[in-house]
Design a protein around this ligand. Structure first.
Ligand code: MF3
Ligand code: CO
Length: 294
């Protein structure tokens, strides 16, 4: 058994900060995790289980995150530059007391990612990139409030979008909805990832393999890594209190991707066919999950 779920004094206050005695709080929960661990399952470290205080902090961060994307939804239009989207994200976030998590993250130069058509993710906003009729664009927004992180992205369709692209956007949204339904405590991330993958495959799409979701809350990117090409019964056990993103990147053509050599960020599909992505952040609960961002 690993160090992470060592036994705890039954009469001591619970590690979760509830103030209750351990034996009246997380003792049974810990026991259940140990049973899975003994059977060889990958289980989360205790540090990945959010306390009530953490959850409150993440929920408040998420309120800004959602408000920012709502603001983009109202203002986005053909003829607008992606820099204008960046300005809205920065100004709205700061006005509400938050910080855009993307800004200066590992050297990223802007406050949000804007990825158009064959751009899979990590597109850099620019005054020279103008949204045009027929584009599909992902706006991926991440927020810090009082040290708590939230993360979500939506697709926007600009003007008259082709039926093929519309379907890609719709099916990708369905993939996330299916993922949400498969966040069931005491099952595996691989069960969820496989369900997401299957829906994309059923529609003759592919899912990007090299980039996935992540734990999120106390840090921008925490454990676990969340794949959407995973197999049932594999990957980390989902337990109440874990917080992570569901953010599959679904491609119309090949799942192969490459990175822009010049800017070191933007990811494109190898065949330049369109790619779509939606992202939500969820908290695993006793019965399923709470969707924190959308
Ligand atoms: N928001 C992205 C995610 O979903 C991460 C963007 S990192 C950046 O994980 F540096 F490109 F902004
Ligand atoms: Co994310």
């Amino acid at each position: 058994m690993s160090e992470k779920w060592v036994k705890y004094d039954r009469n001591a206050p619970c590690w979760c900060g509830s103030g209750k005695k351990y034996k009246h709080c997380h003792e049974q929960f810990d026991e259940k995790i140990r049973e899975f661990e003994i059977k060889g399952a990958e289980v989360p470290d205790r540090s990945l289980i959010k306390t009530e205080k953490d959850v409150e902090g993440i929920r408040n961060s998420a309120k800004i995150n959602i408000a920012v994307l709502d603001e983009i939804a109202e203002k986005i239009h053909a003829g607008m530059s992606t820099q204008e989207i960046d300005d809205i994200v920065y100004n709205t976030t700061v006005k509400m007391g938050g910080i855009p998590a993307d800004l200066h993250y590992e050297g990223f130069p802007k406050s949000v990612c804007t990825s158009i058509n064959d751009e899979v993710c990590h597109g850099i906003p620019s005054k020279d990139v103008i949204l045009k009729d027929g584009d599909i664009v992902n706006v991926d927004c991440s927020t810090i409030l009082n040290g708590y992180f939230s993360d979500s992205s939506r697709m926007f369709m600009i003007g008259d979008v082709s039926p093929e692209k519309k379907k890609l956007v719709q099916v990708t949204k369905e993939c996330v909805e299916i993922g949400i339904k498969h966040v069931i405590p005491w099952t595996f991330l691989g069960d969820m990832g496989n369900a997401v993958h299957q829906h994309a495959l059923d529609n003759d799409y592919t899912v990007v393999r090299q980039i996935g979701g992540h734990g999120c809350g106390l840090e921008f990117h925490e454990d676990p890594y969340v794949s959407y090409v995973s197999k049932p019964g594999t990957e980390m056990l989902m337990v109440p209190g874990m917080c992570f993103t569901i953010e599959p990147m679904v491609n119309m053509g090949t799942d192969e991707i490459y990175q822009d050599e010049e800017n070191g960020w933007t990811i494109y599909t190898e065949d330049h066919k369109p790619s779509a992505q939606w992202e939500v952040q969820v908290l695993v609960t006793e019965t399923g999950c709470e969707v924190l961002t959308y």
